[in-house]
Design a protein around this ligand. Structure first.
Ligand SMILES: Nc1ncnc2c1ncn2[C@@H]1O[C@H](COP(=O)(O)OP(=O)(O)O)[C@@H](O)[C@H]1O
Ligand SMILES: [Mg+2]
Length: 265
């Protein structure tokens, strides 16, 4: 994590509701440039809704989101393209197009942005595949890939426009521990090698302790707790401790959390 603590994203008193259901009830959060922030919380607590506001995929009912100091809350749709290139999303489940090759999937955002130069597109796709350690796999079809590889392709698509920040919605869901480790390694590499700011929704505490510089815990529509990964480990907060301890499987791995090792790249 960079030491100067420059605020990259600032969330101010963010409110969102669907009908009478108030999902976000005044979220306040700062995300610093070049850090990895893990976002935790119970299922249905509004984590996915929150990160959709960070790249302008949702507009709040009240409150604001500032990206590099620019309030994106009321930007017209056409001005949100550049915001989404800066703050990119890796969707829950990967969301690849099964009828397109790996290369075409990764090229998709470039084409959406109006890039037509095929040489340039090929180069950018190649670089993105190198970043996720899948060089030369442009022609494969998503159906021929393992779950972990599909996640990597989704990550390649998220970084193909060289964003400053990547949002990950449960990148570890459905992965075995070894594959989760390799995703963690890629996330951390983006931070260290490319100074990318990472915001990661996950339930995997093992991953949290491997990748997080800071942790934010959502509850009842607000950021209930935030702190470093070490502070989370030693928390006396009963709510938080029970959340952590309630997951016996991950709790057992707490003390085994090792530094990132590249396992399959
Ligand atoms: N587009 C939507 N329309 C209506 N309700 C929604 C919409 N998106 C999310 N919700 C509701 O908001 C709540 C929070 O959802 P979500 O952010 O997906 O939770 P999670 O923390 O599990 O990611 C849930 O009750 C969900 O049903
Ligand atoms: Mg979610």
């Amino acid at each position: 994590m960079s030491t100067e603590r420059e605020v990259f994203i600032e969330v101010r008193d963010l409110h969102q509701r669907f009908g009478r259901h108030e999902v976000l009830r005044g979220v306040n959060l700062e995300v610093y440039r070049g850090e990895t922030l893990c976002l935790l919380g119970g299922s249905g607590g509004g984590k996915s809704v929150l990160i959709k506001h960070l790249c302008g995929l949702m507009r709040p009912w009240k409150g604001s989101v500032l990206v590099e100091g620019e309030d994106i809350t009321n930007l017209p749709e056409r001005a949100l393209g550049p915001v989404r290139r800066k703050v990119s999303m890796m969707f829950q489940g990967g969301a690849l197009f099964d009828s397109l090759t790996v290369g075409q999937n990764i090229a998709f955002p470039l084409r959406e942005a109006g890039l037509r130069d095929q040489k340039e597109i090929d180069l950018r796709v190649r670089q993105a595949l190198e970043i996720v350690r899948m060089p030369g796999q442009e022609r494969k079809m998503p159906a021929d890939l393992s779950g972990g590889m599909r996640k990597r392709v989704a990550l390649a698509r998220a970084v193909v426009e060289m964003p400053a920040c990547v949002l990950y919605d449960e990148p570890h869901a459905g992965l075995d521990p070894v594959t989760s480790d390799s995703i963690d390694h890629l996330i951390k590499d983006l931070e260290v090698d490319h100074n990318i700011t990472n915001i990661v929704i996950t339930h995997e505490l093992r991953s949290v302790f491997r990748i997080a510089d800071r942790v934010a815990f959502m509850k009842e529509g607000v950021i209930y707790w935030k702190g470093t990964a070490d502070e989370l480990k030693s928390t006396k907060d009963p709510e938080l401790a029970s959340f952590v301890e309630g997951r016996a499987e991950t709790r057992d791995r707490w003390d085994q959390a090792a530094p990132c090792v590249d396992t399959d790249g």
